[in-house]
Design a protein. Structure first.
Ligand SMILES: [Zn+2]
Lengths: 279, 329
């Protein structure tokens, strides 16, 4: 019983409990090391008031930031099953339990439908705090269901990626989510429904190599780590130090893989404009 | 002959066989009965070893240095083959090869990862690890096939997409993602076969098809057992455990419904009888193609997308809780 009930309750948990944004009185910046008050940080869209470092936030923080007031969550009752009975130093079930406890989230992606400047939009947003934002069957299925919803309601889709890649504990099932999400996205393209892919820190591995790179518009937060292989793996392969700014949003923009970069304070307006352009 | 660690008992028997044959050549004794007996022993030992391989042992077999690679299969299966080079953007990636071929009267586009057969060629082929231009070459060939209504065959054999600096600059992730997106909508039949290693995005980057098969002693996983060990066990020493935990063998993949079938290998692995393996491979590809060519392009695309859409195992809390309530728990 235990966590079934908790999960069920979790679905009704008010979003204020599910935020990844830091709490406390003070925030010490990961970018510049300077301290600011939580109030200052919050009022500045969870960016450092001193250096503009974009603090990692969660799916519900983005929903609050983007939607005009109220929104409804979709497919919130899906959760992972340890089908492979996977265990490394820890059983997968234990990792899941820990993630539920720590994050109050059901999995690494939440979906909601709401309005931005009166136009409706489905947003599927990832949470890095849930097993590194990894994509397993639940993430893939929620994206697939979101696409079905968008097709049925003729609503644009925005996916906010924030992930270390595919979830190893689901082995080939997680690998197949790359094929599943990419294949389903072709249905949106055929129906002429726009898909906006918003990449945030970090977006790597199988997530980048599937839906995150497939937006009609690909855009990112400043200074986000975006890549296929992780920097450590690349360093070990080429046995050289990586150049400054390698695999940042700015690097990807320069190499032609992003349409633009947007500061978080301008995000809502930008997405509103995209909805306007693709109306 | 190269023997893997778990084949040591076989190596000993082969050594004995060689010695006896030498004695026979000296002509003093009739060694025929002894040779027969040893050959029998070898056959039985091989059956015994191969009837019960672990995940890690299959990984080892998939990497056997004498294992046949893509170009061997193409040349063995196809009467004619014209290799086509280059992605038309940047360069010709040697880790993915492909071209026009004729498979018993049926023209096809066939492509796959290519590993090198000796030290020099392994470098040249970058160990079967493609850069973005490899995936883009593959896509160019697949679009060519679509334009001229030729079925597509993809042979998968890679330890992963190359994790290099230039690969990132040129958009490794975008290249793989684009292939998945485009392959889902190809109007012609697509048959994919894992012939060796099926590691992660590098494998699936040419691996989305109407039918996906695996040779018996191959593996398919989101990560190699070594990398999985290093990340989850925080040490390189748990590759055997990782291989078991990942359930990466053809048997597992078929049981999970993630592939459409297993192509049996000759006893002892594909490398012990490469021509026979090529025949078995060709038979399955032809069978799949003839089934797929019966379907309309629209039906094929629908079935392809639905197949992938159904992949995944998860639970739904509300349904589960309701069920519990129904039972009065
Ligand atoms: Zn700062």
């Amino acid at each position: 019983m235990g966590w079934f009930k908790r999960l069920k309750d979790g679905i009704q948990t008010a979003t204020k409990y599910k935020k990844e944004a830091p709490d406390g009185l003070w925030y010490k910046c990961n970018g510049c090391g300077e301290a600011s008050t939580m109030k200052e940080l919050r009022e500045n869209f969870y960016k450092c008031p001193k250096c503009n470092y974009h603090v990692r936030i969660g799916s519900y923080d983005y929903f609050d930031l983007l939607f005009d007031g109220k929104y409804s969550e979709l497919f919130g009752d899906l959760y992972s099953k340890d089908f492979l009975n996977f265990s490394d130093l820890k059983p997968y079930t234990e990792r899941l339990e820990e993630a539920y406890r720590k994050t109050e989230l059901m999995d690494a992606l939440s979906v909601a439908v709401g309005r931005i400047r009166k136009r409706s939009l489905v947003i599927a947003a990832m949470d890095f705090s849930f097993i590194g934002g990894s994509m397993g069957s639940v993430v893939g299925e929620k994206i697939s269901l979101s696409i079905d919803y968008c097709l049925e309601h003729q609503t644009p889709l925005m996916i906010i990626s924030k992930s270390g890649g595919a979830r190893m504990m689901e082995s080939a099932f997680s690998l197949m989510q790359m094929a599943k999400t990419s294949a389903k996205l072709t249905l949106l393209a055929k129906a002429g429904i726009p898909y906006f892919s918003f990449l945030t820190d970090p977006t790597t591995g199988g997530v980048t190599a599937s839906f995150a790179m497939l937006g009609d518009i690909n855009f990112a937060e400043p200074q986000a780590l975006i890549g296929f292989a992780g920097p450590r793996v690349i360093k070990e392969t080429i046995k050289k130090d990586l150049p400054d700014g390698f695999q940042t949003s700015e690097f990807l923009l320069e190499h032609g893989f992003l349409d633009f970069i947007v500061d978080r304070k301008d995000l809502k307006e930008t997405v509103g404009d995209l909805l306007y352009f693709f109306n | 002959m190269v023997f893997l660690d778990f084949e040591q008992p076989l190596e000993k028997l082969y050594e004995q066989l060689e010695k006896i044959k030498q004695v026979g050549e000296e002509g003093e004794v009739d060694v025929e009965p002894m040779i027969k007996e040893l050959e029998n022993l070898i056959r039985n030992k091989r059956k015994e070893i191969y009837s019960n391989l672990t995940g890690w042992q299959k990984v080892q077999l998939s990497r056997h240095p004498e294992r046949p690679y893509t170009l061997f299969y193409i040349r063995n299966m196809c009467k004619k083959f014209q290799e086509l080079h280059g992605d038309r953007c940047f360069k010709d990636d040697k880790a993915i090869v492909g071209g026009l071929a004729n498979l018993d009267g049926q023209n096809v586009v066939i492509l796959g990862h290519q590993k090198g057969v000796n030290t020099k060629m392994r470098q040249y082929r970058n160990f079967g690890m493609a850069n973005p231009e490899g995936y883009r070459k593959a896509l160019r060939l697949m679009k060519l096939a679509e334009r001229f209504n030729l079925p597509i065959v993809c042979l998968i054999d890679t330890p992963g997409a190359f994790p290099g600096l230039e690969a990132e600059e040129r958009g490794q992730a975008e290249a793989i993602a684009r292939n998945l997106f485009e392959m889902a909508q190809l109007k012609v039949p697509v048959v994919c076969v894992v012939i060796g290693e099926g590691a992660s995005g590098g494998a699936i980057g040419i691996g989305l098809g109407d039918r996906v098969y695996m040779l018996e002693n191959t593996w398919y996983s989101v990560i190699s057992p070594e990398s999985c060990s290093s990340i989850l066990w925080r040490s390189w020493d748990y590759k055997e455990q990782a291989a078991e935990a990942l359930k990466l063998t053809a048997d597992h993949m078929y049981e999970f419904g993630l592939i459409d079938g297993i192509i049996r290998e000759p006893l002892g692995g594909a490398h012990t009888a490469p021509e026979e393996m090529a025949k078995l491979l060709k038979r399955q590809i032809k069978k799949a193609l003839s089934e797929l060519m019966e379907m309309s392009p629209e039906d094929r695309i629908d079935a392809r997308i639905n197949k992938y859409a159904s992949m995944g195992v998860f639970e739904r809390a509300i349904e589960s809780v309701d069920e519990e309530d129904d039972q009065g728990a």
